[in-house]
Design a protein. Sequence first.
Length: 138
Amino acid sequence: MAKLYHLTKGNTKKTKKYNNTEVKYWQHPTGTITRMREYTEEKSWIQIYTDGSKTEKGVGAGIAVCESGLHTNHIQCRLNKNCSNNQAEQLAILTALKYTENMQTTKKTVTIYTESLITLNSLRNVNINTYLIEEIRT
């Protein structure tokens, strides 16, 4: 999948072949989530993976929800072009938290995964009080 992404990044007007599949028809990444159980010891019933990004084409945030290791849902948000990558990452985490609040299940042990070290460090630093960081904390 990473090789396919590398081939298509910034090349949306061109059609290329990858494993005999035209790139313009490739599946969205949330549809191909594979959990690597040998590297994780899950104690939670639900896992939510978050990501935010900013490119020349726009800004977005998204979450992928897995229950018992199976992909069950995803949410994608297009953001204002003036948002930063960090704001997109933080909004993805906030979206995951709000999603868990509204879940209709008794199994609310949830693990939220992010690769945003800046956001994690901001959450730990009591001197950082931006709006999104405070919303995540509460």
